[in-house]
Design a protein around this ligand. Structure first.
Ligand SMILES: Nc1ncnc2c1ncn2[C@@H]1O[C@H](COP(=O)(O)OP(=O)(O)OP(=O)(O)O)[C@@H](O)[C@H]1O
Ligand SMILES: *[C@@H]1O[C@H](CO)[C@@H](O)[C@H](O)[C@H]1NC(C)=O
Ligand SMILES: *[C@@H]1O[C@H](CO)[C@@H](O)[C@H](O)[C@H]1NC(C)=O
Ligand SMILES: *[C@@H]1O[C@H](CO)[C@@H](O)[C@H](O)[C@H]1NC(C)=O
Ligand SMILES: CC(=O)N[C@H]1CO[C@H](CO)[C@@H](O)[C@@H]1O
Ligand SMILES: [Mg+2]
Length: 371
């Protein structure tokens, strides 16, 4: 009887020791130690249980005790699984692509970006359903300010990670915040490589978002080139299931020019196709000496899988943004207010007034003012 209880206590101690010890190593979600620990506990329990039953004095209470100990061990074995449901781990419970969710978000929440919406869905759907991709997915989103680049990145994160942007497997680097000083370029290069390697070692399915690529110093991004290339493994780490997204305004002018040409020719916005902007886009990005992509080998070596153009937003899209903003605040969407907000924004070019200068940015704060 005492032996059985003692063995149960030992199992408890062993199982609880495991997570707390590995927490300090940062590998709290590991699978392998679990099996070893649990089988050890069961073995211990069987041995001790066996010796007590042979010299049993009170058969009934011994049976009850053994039963209780077994139940306790069973519970503790599932303790790991309970643990996973409360603590974010690099497992399918926490990381799973929601295809219908992404489709629905792109269709219902993103306005006026038919090209971006189509490319992003196809690219992610293809990549995330591929068990064995040859290289990580690299997307570069370009366009005028306030056209939805950060907005789409957030949608992507939310439809892959249960914790969305708060997931510890989603990493956002902002050039002006993380790499502000030109003179520290060598430190930054080493740091960036180290961060990405460390993060991908923790979880293969990591998402990296590089914001404000046009403010990044030229050359810095080349330091991560090996990670984006076709390698099975580098130093024992495989990067092939990670996703890299670059955001920038670079190339926004050439996209706007194309959109304006279509508008002037009286052609519909929906008629603009990727091929109408893609070549001009990658060229203008590559040759822009103020952008982080200036003469970068990422473009040279075709490591960017998709250049995604974001078209400048028109009056009608701004109205849609305002209506969506009101719905988000649980207000009754009011077409008159939406019209008023949209009309008070500035549009360009000066003579035609077609595209919103700030896109859909600052609309949220305007809503406070008008309502
Ligand atoms: N195409 C769009 N459809 C719906 N909402 C949009 C769209 N574009 C922008 N918005 C709204 O405007 C806000 C600001 O957009 P966002 O931050 O994505 O702009 P951005 O493209 O990253 O601009 P910047 O280049 O200045 O960083 C978003 O939070 C979103 O609410
Ligand atoms: C996927 O997204 C849809 C729409 O947002 C949602 O209703 C559904 O519950 C999500 N599915 C999963 C498995 O999270
Ligand atoms: C770092 O920047 C300096 C000038 O600011 C430049 O001369 C040097 O080549 C750069 N080093 C690297 C590794 O890019
Ligand atoms: C960038 O290129 C433009 C012309 O394309 C040139 O006038 C300018 O001096 C260049 N700037 C730098 C910092 O090289
Ligand atoms: C283990 C590791 O290197 N983690 C890094 C992941 O990236 C963030 C930046 O987003 C770094 O702060 C971490 O150190
Ligand atoms: Mg942005």
């Amino acid at each position: 009887m005492l032996f059985v209880l003692a063995s149960a206590f030992i199992s408890v101690a062993l199982l609880f020791r495991f997570p707390s010890r590995s927490a300090s190593q940062g590998n709290i979600c590991g699978m392998k130690p679990k099996k070893r620990q649990v089988s050890l506990c069961l073995l211990l329990l069987l041995c001790l249980g066996g010796t007590t039953t042979t010299e049993a004095i009170e058969p009934i209470s011994t049976t009850i005790a053994v039963g209780m100990a077994a139940a306790l061990t069973g519970f503790l074995a599932t303790y790991q699984n309970i643990f996973y449901t409360f603590h974010e781990c690099c497992r399918t419970e926490w990381i799973a692509f929601n295809k219908t969710g992404l489709r629905a978000d792109l269709d219902s929440k993103l306005f006026g970006q038919h090209i971006a919406s189509r490319i992003i869905f196809k690219a992610l759907n293809g990549f995330l359903n591929n068990e064995n991709p040859k290289k990580p997915l690299v997307l570069s989103l370009h366009g005028w300010t306030g056209t939805g680049k950060n907005f789409v990145s957030k949608m992507i994160a939310e439809n892959i990670y249960r914790e969305g942007m708060d997931s510890k497997f989603v990493h956002v680097f902002t050039s002006t915040l993380h790499f502000p000083h030109l003179s520290h370029n060598i430190t930054y290069k080493a740091q960036l490589q180290q961060w990405i390697k460390g993060n991908v070692s923790n979880c293969e399915r990591s998402l990296f978002i590089f914001d404000e690529m046009d403010k990044m110093q030229p050359g810095l991004i080349d330091s991560i080139k090996p990670y984006l290339d076709y390698y099975d493994k580098l130093d024992g780490v495989s990067y092939r299931k990670s996703i890299f997204i670059f955001l920038s305004n670079a190339g926004g002018e050439s996209i706007t020019e194309t959109a304006l040409d279509f508008w002037k020719a009286g052609r519909g916005r929906e008629e603009i196709e990727l091929k109408d902007v893609e070549t001009a886009l990658s060229l203008s990005v590559f040759n822009n000496n103020k952008s982080g992509f200036f003469h970068t080998s990422l473009i040279d070596k075709n490591l960017v899988d998709f250049f995604v153009p974001f078209l400048p937003l028109e009056y009608q899209h701004v109205v849609q943004c305002v209506m969506a903003g009101m719905r988000d605040r649980d207000m009754d969407p009011d077409a008159d207010v939406a019209d008023q907000v949209a009309r008070d924004l500035v549009y360009f070019p000066k003579s035609e007034r077609v595209f919103s200068v700030k896109g859909c940015k600052t609309i949220d704060s305007k809503l406070d003012y008008y309502t």
